[in-house]
Write a protein that binds this ligand. Structure first.
Ligand code: PMV
Length: 348
């Protein structure tokens, strides 16, 4: 008998960036972070998981149709193990449940956008994996509890288990049991908030977030200064979201993006995620805000050159007008998200 479940998870883009681990094994961050989940069909990971007693021994996983090795002590392996443990607890409580925890898994995951290009594909990917296994195993744990596991797959993934505005609390405990994600406000609280993604490059990024963060923690003196500022920013941006105060939200978002990229530059050897096009986008947004006499758009950049611009719905035409004026769209770049057909791999 085969059991199967599918789940999808969206990308989230941080306004207060997570950058630095205090525990690399458990993925415990050096600071809390806060993101907006992009509620879009275009930026999603979809994962199907199957458990079958008759599968050959060992778990197998395909990412965008290509098989990846699942190392038992690697990040994926750890997530699978933890979810299996939770399932076996349920099987012990109720002996009528099929022993799915003992059966091999086949997992297929697809992103419908460029992988590893600073568009947080690991976040949606790991969140979809955890959500699909939690569904397959019919686990009773809520999204915050599941975020404890998604976090160990990829830190920012813990935030993609929620929609809307989401905080990842750094936590204090050394076992990581309080380093979890929670919703600050649902998307319905501020539906006017929109995000524009400017795909500057869909090439794979040069320095992975894992190695970049480690180098920053080891070498940047500026990181210590950043860590002093973040707690206050978390409070202020949470209030700005609650009050729907866009200007305040935008100011903090831009400052934190700048602070994160400064820390990258202060890393030795330095890390450059922004390129000249990214910097021009910053200038365009600065000019746009100046000419409107108030802040109507906020840029933010993750570990790559692509810009995410937050703006309220009423101002989207102005933002798009400014971007299109300086960066006219060529025919071939009109649909940067080539949708991957979601056929399951052969012998899945
Ligand atoms: O979760 P990771 O290892 O992909 O790190 C994500 C880091 C940033 O995207 C740069 C910031 C963030 O909070 O998402």
């Amino acid at each position: 008998m085969v059991y199967e479940a599918t789940a999808t998870a969206p990308v989230n883009i941080a306004c207060i960036k997570y950058w630095g681990k205090r525990d690399t094994k458990l993925i415990l961050p050096t600071n809390s972070s806060l993101s907006v989940t992009l509620d879009q069909d275009h930026l999603r990971s979809t994962t199907t998981s199957r458990a079958d007693e008759s599968f050959e021994k060992g778990d197998r996983l395909w990412l965008n149709g290509k098989e990846e090795v699942v190392k038992p002590d690697g990040r994926l392996g750890v997530c699978i193990k933890e979810l299996r443990n939770w399932r076996s607890v349920e099987e012990e409580k109720d002996s009528s449940l099929p022993k799915l925890s003992q059966w091999p898994l086949r997992i297929a995951s697809y992103n419908n956008f460029p992988t590893a290009a600073g568009l947080a594909s690991s976040a949606s990917g790991l969140a979809a994996l955890v959500a699909s296994l939690a569904r397959l195993y019919q686990l009773p744990q809520n999204a915050s509890q599941l975020s404890l596991i998604a976090r160990q797959g990829s830190g920012s993934a813990c935030r993609s288990l929620f929609g809307g505005f989401v905080a990842w609390r750094e936590g204090e405990k050394s076992d990581g049991s309080d380093s979890l994600a929670e919703e600050i406000e649902p998307q319905s609280h501020w539906p006017e908030m929109h995000a524009i993604i400017c795909v500057v490059s869909d090439a794979k990024k040069g320095t992975s977030s894992t190695s970049g963060m480690q180098r920053t923690v080891e070498t940047s003196t500026l990181l210590k200064e950043r860590l002093k500022i973040v707690p206050e920013r978390m409070k202020l941006i949470s209030k700005a979201i609650k009050d729907k105060n866009f200007e305040e939200f935008a100011k903090i978002t831009m400052k934190d993006s700048n602070s994160f990229h400064s820390v990258c530059l202060d890393t030795f050897p330095p890390i450059f995620y922004l390129n000249d096009v990214s910097k021009s986008i910053i200038s365009v947004i600065e000019e746009l805000n100046k000419s409107n006499g108030k802040i109507i758009a906020a840029y933010t950049f993750d570990a790559g050159p692509n810009a995410v611009i937050y703006s309220l719905k009423e101002n989207i035409p102005k933002v798009l007008g400014a971007i299109n004026k300086f960066f006219p769209t060529s025919e071939e770049s009109k649909d940067p998200f080539k949708l991957t057909p979601v056929d399951l791999p052969e012998n899945f």
